[in-house]
Design a protein around this ligand. Sequence first.
Ligand code: NAD
Ligand code: UD1
Length: 370
Amino acid sequence: MNKRILITGGAGFIGSHLADELLNEGYQVRVLDNLSEQVHGKDRKKPSYLNPKVELLVGDVRDKEAVEKALDGVHAVFHLAAMVGVGQSMYQIRDYTAVNNLGTATLLEALINHPVEKLVVASSMSIYGEGLYKDSNGNLEMECERELSDLKEDRWEMYKHGEELTPIATPEDKKPNLASVYALSKYDQERLSLITGKAYNIPTTALRFFNVYGTRQALSNPYTGVLAIFASRLLNDNAPMIFEDGLQKRDFIHVKDVARACRLAMEKSEANGEVLNIGSGNQYTITHIADKLAGVMGKDISPEITGKYRIGDIRHCFANTDKTKKILGFEPQMKFEDGLFELAEWLKGQIAIDNVGKASNELSSRGLTV
Ligand code: NAD
Ligand code: UD1
């Protein structure tokens, strides 16, 4: 009998690819997902991309009974269910704390009575706040934060004593600096899981995903990742709207690589009790990805640089992947150009409702963009 694996949030973007990866490797997959409206639309239908071999249980991760039922006969758990928008988390504080923090607590309490061979929890690069920087003498700067007064004057980079700092790859031992409600909730998920896993002998691994991209990302969710938002704008012949000056850098990793890293984290006992960065190690500016995406989609539309700052946003962060390479033997395989091409092919068959204007108003009316 093949092992049965539970993925919470498994009907979403990353979870559905992880389901494919596990099924391909001979596991059985069960998903617990509440098919939330923001991700799955008003009808909250089972997504057509979800592998037909998945056993889907529609339920909420905060619902003790639903979680206990989902754990029945399960060997390992991936905890991916979460609300994922950094900007939105700054005003839907109650919902984010309920789903992300209480949801994780509910799962962990249930695991005490249904111990599993492995728990893998989706954490995030956002817990670092700013990535690691160095000054001109090579001194590392771990605790950088930008001043609102600088940002209001379009001074977007990181400064210390008037000197501009240089961003460098961020390793797992960089001290967390929680800059948004979302980041705080991801750190909470990570720590709660590791603490409880240790206490109850449930081998646990926390994976800090960097910016994940690929097919199946919720295009009509204006609070999703930047590439999906830009795709939705471009599909509707609107210009992507870029915060700051567009030169902020992120580390984009393809969702199929993330799915493979997740499986390896479950299978490798060396990962037990560890926190691992899941990134590509590459760094791209947001303007670069807007231009590249328009190019592969065949749209002659330049992005609009708004010069606005989204409260809670960080300037630069990209992964140091040494520890992950060593422990998981994992290296990403998808080249960014190939991943974008695949995304563009998928986008041809997609309809996206562009809700970005509405989301921008939500943020600005609350003073969350300046
Ligand atoms: P997603 O929104 O596509 O998927 C999340 C899934 O969780 C959705 O199917 C949603 O319906 C479900 N869900 C939400 N609330 C739920 C609840 N209360 N009960 C049950 N299910 C619920 O997001 P994703 O990008 O696939 O993210 C998956 C995980 O990875 C999240 O934990 C997220 O924080 C983390 N993560 C994502 C990224 C990224 O770049 N996409 C980066 C870092 C971390
Ligand atoms: C993202 C994920 C977060 C995840 C983290 C891990 C989302 C919503 N956020 O956060 O869940 O934990 O990666 O790496 O998926 N931007 C624009 N215009 C837009 C949208 C965004 O310029 O319309 C800019 C932002 O200001 C930011 C950058 O793009 O500088 C990336 O934004 P976003 O995709 O929201 O990602 P993160 O904040 O990095």
